[in-house]
Design a protein. Structure first.
Lengths: 276, 576
């Protein structure tokens, strides 16, 4: 059983693809997720992400994190939605439409706030972006070992400093997930609860978690760094232990993904397709 | 003569530190020698090891004086990756050294960085896996291996790089007894090959495992080498005891007998100690063991604090961590919970504090008679609490005083009451002088005390402590256990110590629970459980060395002693 955000050696159609092909597909989806603001296009990427996750047989429990992110984002998105009223930011929808109010309310201390169609569209896109970004990485992380990725990238003369950053990220993320769970349990054992009606208390209690996590983050980076250097990382050019050749399917998928990505970027910038 | 390692007048001061971590170290190590560096926590053992491969000062900034030449290279003129070809270092905690997603890839990672041919890399990986007994586990995730396997993997990773010098930093300290045996067996084969120079550091608790393999022993304290020589010489001189490392139980027993006028010589070998005792006892008559044993184990205890009834726990993914566990813990009990890694000890503790709930509907965990399923978490932790193995997981504040007060504040204690409890707790743990110290800069030993103090301040009726002595030297381990015993005796706090240190469990706990594979194999008075070799071996455990020593002496085989003190009573009273 693999841990959250950790590779698992399995024999799935997605596992069998070349790491570079998977990297191209992932980066294309990630960049497009960052660029698109039209919910329909983001939903299309969501469907592709889910399909790839299915092909890689990503464990169902990983999707709980996406649900958690969707929920955690809500307060931030609500604030953004209520303050996102500048019609000049919208390129596709008519300014009269995006400025049209759906409802208004007067809040104590803050004054009048309103929800516009533009704010709603922006909010929906914003709400979807981070979970989709996470989803796009799932199939790659679950189906590609760090060493296969490094082996493949080093064949294309990727500088070791960049490989190093990748390595730290790969090792670091699952470790931090485990550490966070442990630290939160340890906090609860001392009576800590993050939930409170008083935002000052929430902030104060959150800082205990943040302080400990920061300390553990820094320590972990140090330890991973030392562990890698003890193993002579950077002493010579990295020699891949396995040569993975790209199959015809890998080449086809890589070229198709790149072509579609270029087309999508062209349509986005030249014709605002994917913008709101 | 050329040396594998030549250290001359080497001193080291960490950046920002006011005093030297290493002082004027002079050490020469011959090719193929097996050197043991022993010293209490803070003696400078790890600093010395990390200086050999350039981690200090390249990654941990420090000011160095003197010189270190390793395999003909001046360490100060080369970077870590270059030195890694000559000196392999296996760090204390195997968990953090494993970088890849599979065992095979992890072992291959080092050789891949050395500019070797692909065939050579594959050869080296295959050989390292073979030697360390990891063949067949190539596709396993390193993080899901047992502690012993992880340590062997960390060793395989270094072996595959084929450095002529390998340094092990406390290779056994994080392992359960089965893991210790496992790694010791491997070290034995490494030593037999005799084609490498090996350095092993040790702070005391595992000396009985490592001592037989050393050609030479270097004793360190406060950053200095205080003695150096053949192991038997140093043992005889009593220097290990003097520097606070302590001695294996067999050695300590013979030393005490010798100082009482008996004709024996301290030794590290159980076989030699058994022979000496056997000879000593040839003409003496046995005594009634009951006169020697403290029968405190028959004490009755107070009310039930924790009761588990047929508790099963299955993790998502199907791993059965607990399989029908039932037990009771009463007020005033001091219990040792032992078992190999993965036996379910931590899962059991997590149930006791309500972090986990039984996955079978009929399974129940009752705290003060109430089912944890119906209790709020904040209620449970007032009665039962848990101290993690690694203090870093449970230190959330900057200063010691704030840390001890943290839980009290969270639970809504009035500031005056909280202050009073904090003062009392700091006194119990002898932490008053650290009150305003920044936790981040405290040594590991003090952090361990702080982590205990901050939970004890909440005054739970039952305290579960996970590996309270891991990484501590003997002196500090005794101090921690004495404090726990005092809390148990004077405050009536029930204590469950989860530990791999059988000596400490035998000495301080009156009841022992043995777990294996999610089940309780034995639960009873310490002497009775430790005398049951069959059960212990099923759980991958072994009794304390002094008990094994007595078993090896025909005249003493019927006396299941738990500590050196008990053994002395038996031996000194014989024939009187």
């Amino acid at each position: 059983m693999s841990l959250f955000l950790e590779y698992a050696p399995r024999d799935t159609p997605y596992h069998r693809l070349h790491p570079i092909t998977k990297l191209i597909i992932t980066l294309a989806l990630v960049i497009l997720t960052g660029l698109y603001w039209d919910v329909r296009f983001l939903l299309l990427i969501l469907v592709i992400g889910l399909l790839l996750s299915y092909l890689a047989r990503v464990p169902i429990k990983w999707f709980l994190a996406i649900v958690a992110v969707l929920i955690a984002e809500i307060p931030l998105v609500v604030i953004g939605v209520l303050t996102q009223a500048n019609p000049l930011l919208f390129k596709v929808y008519p300014r009269e439409f995006v400025s049209r109010e759906i409802f208004t309310a007067t809040l104590p201390l803050i004054g009048r706030v309103g929800l516009t169609w533009g704010g709603l569209l922006w909010g929906l896109a914003y709400e979807l972006k981070i979970p989709i970004l996470l989803l796009c990485f799932y199939p790659l992380i679950y189906s590609t070992s760090f060493n296969d990725l490094v082996n493949s990238l080093s064949r294309y003369n990727m500088p070791y400093q960049l490989l190093y950053v990748l390595m730290v990220a790969y090792r670091f993320v699952p470790f931090i997930v485990r550490e966070t769970t442990t630290i939160m349990t340890a906090l609860r054992l001392r009576g800590w609860e993050i939930s409170s009606k008083n935002p000052k208390i929430v902030l104060e209690r959150g800082s205990s978690l943040a302080y400990t996590l920061t300390r553990v983050f820094v320590k972990t980076i140090d330890e991973v760094n030392i562990a890698a250097r003890i193993r002579a990382f950077g002493a010579s050019k990295y020699t891949p232990v396995r040569y993975m050749e790209m199959s015809a399917l890998d080449k086809l998928l890589s070229i198709t993904s790149l072509a579609l990505f270029c087309l999508a970027v062209y349509l986005l910038f030249a014709h605002n397709i994917g913008m709101i | 003569m050329s040396y594998a390692i030549e250290i001359r007048d080497y001193s080291l001061t960490y950046l920002g530190a006011s005093k030297k971590a290493l002082k004027n170290i002079n050490l020469k190590v011959k090719q193929g020698e097996i050197i043991g560096i022993v010293g209490p926590a803070g003696a400078g053992k790890t600093s010395l090891l990390l200086s050999l491969n350039g981690i200090i000062p390249n990654d941990i900034p420090a000011i160095q004086e003197g010189s270190i030449v390793v395999n003909g290279l001046n360490v100060m003129e080369h970077d870590v990756p270059e030195l890694a070809k000559h000196v392999g270092v296996v760090l204390e905690n195997p968990d953090i050294q494993l970088l890849s997603a599979t065992v095979y890839d992890d072992v291959a990672f080092g050789p891949c960085n050395l500019g070797l041919s692909r065939d050579e890399i594959i050869n080296r990986v295959e050989k390292a896996l073979e030697v360390t007994g990891l063949k067949g586990k190539e596709l396993r995730n390193p993080l899901q291996l047992s502690g012993g396997e992880q340590q062997r993997l960390a060793i395989a990773c270094i072996l595959a790089m084929d450095p002529p010098i390998i340094a092990f930093d406390e290779p056994l300290s994080m392992l359960d007894p089965a893991g210790k045996e496992d790694v010791t067996r491997f070290l034995k084969s490494l030593v037999r090959e005799r084609d490498r120079t090996v350095i092993i550091t040790e702070s005391g608790p595992d000396l009985e495992y490592t001592l037989p393999y050393f050609d030479r022993l270097v004793a360190m304290k406060d950053g200095e080498i205080v003695a150096e020589g053949y192991p038997e010489e140093l043992i005889e001189s009593g220097v290990l005891e003097k520097i606070g490392v302590g001695e294996p139980q067999a050695t300590a027993l013979l030393r005490k007998l010798a100082s009482s006028g008996y004709s024996v010589k301290p030794t590290a070998s159980v076989e030699s100690a058994a022979l000496q005792l056997s000879k000593l006892l040839e003409e003496r008559s046995p005594v009634d063991a009951r006169t020697a044993f403290d029968e405190g184990e028959t004490h009755t205890h107070g009310n039930v604090i924790l009761r588990m009834e047929n508790v099963w726990h299955v993790y998502p993914g199907g791993v059965e961590a607990l399989k029908g566990v039932s037990l009771e813990v009463r007020e005033g009990e001091m219990i040792g919970l032992v078992g190999n890694n993965g036996s379910g000890k931590t899962t059991l503790c997590m149930h006791a504090v309500g972090v986990l709930k039984p996955t079978n509907p009929e399974g129940r965990v009752l705290v003060m008679g109430r089912d944890t399923r119906t209790m709020k978490f904040r209620e449970i932790i007032r009665y039962v609490n848990y101290v993690y193995q690694l203090p870093d997981h449970m230190l959330f504040q900057e200063k010691v005083e704030d840390e001890v007060a943290f839980g009290l504040k969270m639970l809504g204690f009035a500031p005056e009451d909280a202050r009073k409890i904090v003062n009392e707790t700091l006194k119990i743990f002898d932490l008053e002088r650290y009150r305003d110290s920044y936790i981040m800069y405290l040594p590991r030993t003090v952090k361990r005390l702080v982590s205990l103090a901050c939970v004890v301040a909440l005054k739970p009726r039952l305290l579960l402590v996970d590996e309270p002595t891991t990484g501590l030297d003997r002196g500090m381990s005794e101090k921690v256990m004495s404090i726990l015993e005092k809390l148990n005796r004077e405050e009536g706090m029930a204590i469950v110590v989860v530990s791999h240190n059988m000596e400490l469990i035998a000495k301080y706990c009156r009841r022992v629970i043995v777990m294996s594979n999610g089940r309780i194999l034995a639960d009873g008075p310490t002497r009775q459980v430790f005398a049951n070799e069959e059960v212990l071996s099923r759980a991958g455990l072994r009794p304390p060395q002094v008990m094994r020593l007595f078993k090896a002496v025909p005249q003493l085989a019927g006396y299941p002693v738990l500590s050196v003190e008990e053994a002395l009573k038996i031996l000194c009273s014989r024939g009187e």
